[in-house]
Write a protein that binds this ligand. Structure first.
Ligand code: UTP
Length: 289
């Protein structure tokens, strides 16, 4: 029996420089897509996928993320007094149960690999999910939940992948696969930002992972890669020398909310999926366009 995937890591310690000045005092992960912070959407995905423990790797200026996942006694009391039962119920539904969250700090943003490594003591010796909180994976069934199912049938490390236009592969981590058409396939190559014309496919690493705890032993070395940062892809490339890595092909839509266009598109798409907002928004968009 493979060990179950119970824990998920959310690295939220980055500086969010592409969103300045919005992110000067407020974490990028707390920007809202419609009426939920981006990080809440990603935690929703993990919870729907069966995750029971949510580990946040935070940094300076990120305290508000911790507050967001805590109960707000005064707010709840006020909602109750004002008879706002629906709002109160929604807040309570979103709240993780006592003991389901952990917070650790990455003292300086040395890269995604380093942020993941900071969670090693909380994850312990078990496979875990890793979700990049600024990339929304929009689908009927949660991406990480599908990956957990695939892991249950064939244990190993899993990386969600999705196609990008061939002329953009140099901006991403790209994988080569044994069977490019299968839903899950063994990864034969991983390359971080391949030079134009050298990419093994057009499938990029999209920000959802299932990783075995051996990754922490590799990250222990603290090796710096592209941009002087400790990169998770470099650690995965090393680990793939001895451990199986599979790609999970994500067929939904991806919104990179770390970029302004991705963030704006996510807001429109998520609002258009809401029956309470879609008709009025359609009217507004028609006027603008
Ligand atoms: P990004 O590179 O997209 O985020 O990392 P960033 O560095 O905050 O953004 P820009 O490029 O300056 O605008 C992806 C995720 O990894 C986290 C970020 O918070 C983000 O959610 N991260 C990145 C860390 O937690 N620590 C790091 O050292 C780097």
């Amino acid at each position: 029996m493979p060990k179950p995937i119970r824990k998920a890591v959310f690295p939220v310690a980055g500086l969010g420089t592409r969103f300045l000045p919005a992110t000067k005092a407020m974490p990028k992960e707390m920007l809202t897509v419609v009426d939920r912070p981006i990080i809440q959407h990603v935690v929703d995905e993990a919870r729907a996928g069966g995750i029971e423990h949510f580990i946040f790797v935070t940094g300076r200026n990120k305290g508000v993320i911790e507050d967001h996942f805590d109960s707000q006694f005064e707010l709840e009391r006020t909602l109750k007094e004002r008879g706002k039962a629906g709002e109160l119920e929604a807040l309570q539904r979103d709240l993780p149960k006592p003991g389901q969250t952990s917070f650790t700090r990455q003292q300086s943003p040395l890269g995604l690999g380093h942020a993941v490594w900071c969670a090693r003591e909380i994850v312990g010796n078990e496979p875990f999910a890793l979700l990049l909180p600024d990339v929304l994976h929009y689908a009927e069934t949660p991406c990480i939940g599908e990956m957990i199912k695939a892991y249950g049938q064939r244990p190993g490390n899993y990386i969600a992948v999705a196609p990008v236009p061939a002329d953009q592969t140099h901006q991403y981590g790209i994988v080569g696969l044994e069977d490019a058409n299968a839903k899950t396939s063994r990864i034969t190559r991983m390359v971080e930002k391949p030079k134009s014309g050298t990419a093994p496919s057009n499938l990029h690493i999209s920000g959802r992972y299932i990783l075995e705890p051996e990754i922490f032993r590799i990250l222990d070395a603290g090796e710096r890669g592209a941009g002087g940062e400790i990169q998770i892809t470099d650690a995965m490339i090393r680990m793939a020398e001895t451990r199986p890595f599979y790609a999970f092909r994500f067929d939904g839509t991806i919104y990179d909310c770390g970029s302004k266009i991705g963030f704006l598109a996510a807001n429109v798409a998520y609002a258009l999926a809401r029956p309470d907002l879609a008709p009025a928004l359609r009217g507004e968009l028609k006027k603008l366009l």
